[in-house]
Design a protein around this ligand. Structure first.
Ligand code: NAD
Length: 369
């Protein structure tokens, strides 16, 4: 079954996210009405080897001229150097403003190809074909594109909404298990933010999705896209409700940064899971959330093979984490903004978090191992 999730919002062109199985074979037919001339399929070397041929064959069958443009896999490709190379290849292929860029890959390819499309001749259309679970439930929805600089992640980018997103559940079959689990953390996060019923399902029958069951994955992707697109539609530029999508991210990002963004130790999704567990336990400790709900969050994340205790990540110092969470400003004795929860499915922006209480909480968490 194919599900179409319409995405619309103030200030951007509406488009569809299509979720289903076997969609890569439909790429050509879906792109043909959008592309007047040719397309460039930006992908990474791993995805090119697994799914590049099928993408090109589908385009060819629909009469669309397509070429693969391959970048090395990994975060390192979100760089000025790769962006320049991609745009240079697009110029060499003589793409013009009526042509379409297809981003076939995970969040790295989506961010890089999306930014190239936003910049090329002041902006051309692009189609996202996300191939990781994280990209299907998170990065392909919302229109954010970016590259990194040596000074930090995602510092140079643009809002550029795709014309279409094709989330093919079948391409997830080739995803390494740890990548799938990392994406599953973002799925669970969506339930924790605003849909307790969805979280209940993910904790029970839906847990099969975390283990790779395609039917459960499909339902989880659909609901996640609905949640993310509804939030983004209200607030594309993150002034208000979009910030809720950062549940677990402020804790998680601080931990990732302290560990030097070492994906072998802690993936981004694992950091988000740990961050969600900490956000709920801190919410419980400060009397915002019932303690049994915080405990349940930890149990469900652990059952999905995700970390929930700082000791599982590596050596950490509470004061350093809080400094990072406060945006490297001196936070001790001060106040900071965090996404916390009144319960499962009820996250909110807490604007006046006591940095001293947060530091004491993290010291206890770290000491507990
Ligand atoms: P990724 O794109 O690096 O993909 C992870 C790995 O999986 C890569 O080695 C890739 O080659 C491989 N891979 C991809 N699809 C595969 C498949 N079907 N089978 C086998 N291997 C496959 O990482 P990611 O986790 O998808 O994305 C992380 C990036 O997304 C980060 O750069 C992050 O900043 C960005 N991001 C962006 C947004 C946004 O809103 N734009 C949101 C969240 C994350």
């Amino acid at each position: 079954m194919t599900t179409i999730v319409p995405v619309s919002g103030v200030g951007f062109r509406p488009h569809d996210v299509i979720v289903g199985r076997g969609l890569l074979a439909e790429l050509g037919a879906r792109v043909a009405p959008l592309a007047q001339g040719r397309t460039v399929v930006v992908t990474d070397e791993i995805v090119a080897g697994l799914h590049g041929k099928a993408a090109l064959a589908s385009l060819k069958a629909a009469g669309v001229t397509g070429r693969l443009l391959t970048v090395p896999p990994g975060e390192g490709s979100k760089s000025f150097a790769e962006l320049e190379r991609v745009i240079d290849r697009m110029l060499a292929f003589k793409l013009d403003r009526t042509d379409v860029v297809v981003a076939l890959g995970g969040g790295v390819v989506g961010d890089l190809a999306g930014l190239a499309a936003a910049l090329f001749m002041r902006g051309i259309d692009f189609v996202q074909v996300p191939t990781t679970l994280l990209a299907q439930v998170d990065s392909s929805v919302g229109g954010k594109t970016a590259i990194d600089t040596p000074r930090g992640k995602n510092l140079v980018g643009a809002f550029h909404q795709p014309r279409l997103v094709l989330a093919d559940i079948d391409v997830l079959a080739t995803l390494p298990e740890r990548q799938r689990r990392s994406g599953w953390a973002e799925v669970l996060k969506h339930g924790l933010i605003c849909d307790a019923g969805f979280f209940d399902w993910l904790a029970g029958e839906g847990a099969a999705g975390g283990a790779g069951d395609p039917a459960a994955l499909e339902r989880a992707v659909v609901r996640s896209v609905q949640i993310k697109s509804a939030v983004v539609g209200e607030d594309e530029k993150e002034a208000g409700r979009r910030a809720l999508l950062n549940l677990g991210h402020t804790f998680g990002h601080a931990i990732e940064a302290e560990l030097g963004f070492d994906e072998t130790r802690l993936t981004h999704g694992e950091a988000v899971a740990l961050g969600c567990a900490l956000a709920f336990r801190f919410s419980a400790e400060t009397g915002l959330c019932p303690p049994d709900e915080a405990k349940r969050v930890g149990t469900v994340l652990e059952a999905a093979g995700l970390p929930t205790r700082p000791g599982q990540a590596g050596p950490l110092r509470a004061a350093a984490l809080v400094r990072r969470m406060a945006g490297d400003k001196k936070a001790e004795g001060g106040r900071l903004t965090l996404i916390l929860a009144r319960g499962i499915g009820d996250a909110f922006t807490a604007k006046d978090v006591d940095a001293a209480a947060l530091t004491a909480f993290l010291e206890r968490e770290i000491a507990a191992g």
